[in-house]
Ligand binder design. Structure first.
Ligand code: AMP
Ligand code: MG
Length: 320
């Protein structure tokens, strides 16, 4: 059963406590209800994908109570700082390079070296963030393919029993989504139009905003804006065991004699898909850093989070 919390001091404190413990809590935001989880915990973030039944991993926005907290997670250049000062709290998301102390999990960043940060203005969301004291991921609180929830009752229609609690802040206003601007290389780019207008942003940065993917633009630096982290090693899927020279990424019990064949990690020795999702990007990156020509990957079952994991692995294995 999903707990229904009222949006008073007690409910807000309870929501923050549940988030700190790694549970999923739906919260009202400026736009629709968000499905919140501790962004620093890969397992909590995996829970978001599990509850939503989302068939693929995309990077999530990490929400913070103020600019100072956001600056601990990402590196703000002059443009990012000016935009944050002008529009936070509010419907602007900034994609910036991760700071050395960034706590946002690799799963929440989909393996990218950048992080999407936002300081929301909704008073209830803000109070929970303040009390939680850590970055909180919060995509829309609906099952994949269903309409976004604009009330606690809508949230429960989709997610009752799949999330720990819903904080009932009444109907949300169904505003527009946040505008997403990437400040990664000195030329701010518009990744998604939203609640803060292009002209308002251009007014702050003092020059035209480049549209991501606009014709005639310099190619976007790989690894920064690339929406998917790709290992430099080749990837061999559905492998029963590593061949000579291959690194090995296991799932569940290891094949006999594995210990003798070189670099190996296991997404979840006990065969748990939530644990596997939480480890996915970190383990791929760690094996890739060892410089193998090929990473052989054990079969991952297709149920639950397995669908999103397999989607990601297929992309990693696609010819480049
Ligand atoms: P939302 O659906 O409102 O939660 O917004 C999530 C969007 O933020 C996704 O569509 C992502 O494409 C975008 N996003 C989040 N992190 C990044 C990132 N590091 N780089 C580029 N886009 C990002
Ligand atoms: Mg949605």
């Amino acid at each position: 059963m999903t707990e229904r919390l009222s949006a008073d001091a007690q409910g807000i404190a309870r929501a923050a406590e549940l988030l700190r413990q790694g549970w999923l809590v739906a919260l009202p935001t400026e736009t629709v209800y968000g499905l919140a989880a501790d962004a620093t915990s890969g397992e909590a973030v995996a829970g978001i994908y599990g509850a939503k039944e989302r068939p693929s991993f995309n990077p999530l926005i990490a929400h913070l109570p103020d600019l100072a907290a956001a600056r601990r997670q990402g590196l703000f250049d002059a443009n990012a700082l000016a935009l944050a000062k002008a529009f936070w709290p509010g419907p602007l998301t900034l994609v910036v390079p991760v700071s050395s102390g960034c706590e946002v999990s690799e799963l929440a960043r989909a393996g990218l070296a950048s992080v999407a940060l936002r300081v929301p203005s909704h008073p209830i969301a803000h109070a929970v963030l303040q009390a939680a004291g850590r970055p909180i991921a919060a995509p829309s609180a609906n099952r994949s393919g269903r309409v976004s929830a604009t009330s606690a009752a809508h949230v429960l229609e989709d997610l009752d029993g799949r999330i720990e609690a819903v904080l009932d802040g009444g109907p949300t206003e169904v505003g527009v989504e946040s505008t997403i601007v990437a400040c990664l290389d000195g030329a701010p780019r518009l990744l998604r139009p939203g609640g803060v207008s292009r002209s308002a942003i251009e007014g702050v940065i003092g020059r035209p905003l480049v549209l991501a993917g606009e014709a005639g633009m310099a190619p976007i630096s790989p690894g920064l804006l690339a929406s998917h982290y790709a290992p430099s090693a080749g990837v061999r899927l559905e492998a029963q065991a590593p061949r000579s020279g291959e690194a090995w990424l296991g799932f569940g019990p290891e094949p006999d004699g594995l210990a003798t064949t070189g670099h190996a990690l296991n997404l979840s020795p006990r065969g748990d898909l939530t644990e596997a999702a939480a480890n996915l990007f970190g383990h791929l990156r760690a094996l890739d850093a060892l410089g193998p020509a090929m990473i052989a990957i054990a079969p991952i079952p297709m149920h639950g989070l397995g669908e999103a994991i397999n989607d990601r692995l297929r992309r990693a294995a696609a010819p480049r």
